[in-house]
Ligand binder design. Structure first.
Ligand code: AP5
Length: 202
């Protein structure tokens, strides 16, 4: 199973990706997590990405494409993977096409989280508050000011992917405003339908 989770910041991509990991036994490839790990480790990529991420902007296509291309060749990705927060630009989407074609593999679905933007900043602020209360590190971009920029970047650069994948007939949508368990159930149902379609076509 090879999936892309698509949606604005705070839509629930990471939350659902973790559940899909459990259900399907395939890894979550979150470019956000990978970049934060690089920042934490002080690598060259991390040094270049830090200020961009803190400002809520997108890291360069070249950096994230290289990270993902290397990651999907790891043995744990043999049976599939969940791309969480990648691709985020049309250039990245084209890179995914090439990566998959070069390896002779295909996408099963692109899942779009349909959400009410007005509710998202509340989720982000709550996550920051919860982390602080638990004595955990708070993401530098989890505040209302940077969130606005993240959302602008989403509409400018990522939202066009909805049309891109719709045209390729890969797009499936879920109601990201529903409770977490309901979203999970909706995703599982649509993936079961995708699997049935694939079996029928074969
Ligand atoms: P990234 O880490 O990918 O952040 P994001 O996309 O902004 O996503 P979030 O993690 O904030 O939200 P999410 O949709 O995963 O929601 P979550 O499940 O966490 O990217 C960070 C930065 O890295 C980017 O700004 C950019 O700089 C860089 N970057 C990353 N990828 C890149 C790329 N491909 N190209 C270039 N740059 C890149 O949920 C959020 C909160 O809501 C949680 O507290 C959760 O508990 C809660 N919640 C989840 N679902 C529900 C629900 N149904 N109801 C109520 N609450 C819910």
């Amino acid at each position: 199973m090879r999936l892309i989770l698509l949606g604005p910041p705070g839509a629930g991509k990471g939350t659902q990706a973790q559940r899909l990991v459990e259900k399907y036994g395939i890894p979550q490839l979150s470019t956000g997590d990978m970049l934060r790990a690089a920042v934490q480790a002080g690598t060259e990529v991390g040094k270049r990405a830090k200020a961009v991420m803190d400002a809520g902007e997108l890291v360069s296509d070249a950096i994230v494409n290289a990270i993902v291309a290397e990651r999907i060749d790891q043995p744990d990705c043999t049976n599939g993977f969940i791309l969480d927060g990648y691709p985020r630009t049309l250039v990245q989407a084209d890179a995914v096409e090439s990566m998959l074609a070069e390896r002779g593999i295909a996408l099963d679905a692109v899942i779009e989280f349909v959400v009410d933007d007005k509710a998202l900043v509340g989720r982000i602020v709550k996550r920051a508050d919860d982390a602080k209360a638990a004595g955990q590190p708070v993401r530098k971009d989890d505040n209302p000011v940077v969130f606005e920029e993240r959302l602008r970047e989403y509409y400018k650069k990522t939202a066009p992917l909805i049309g891109y994948y719709y045209a390729k007939r890969s797009l499936r949508s879920v109601d990201g405003m529903a409770p977490v368990d309901t979203v999970t159930a909706e995703i599982e149902a649509l993936l079961a339908a995708v699997t049935r379609e694939t079996v029928t076509v074969k």
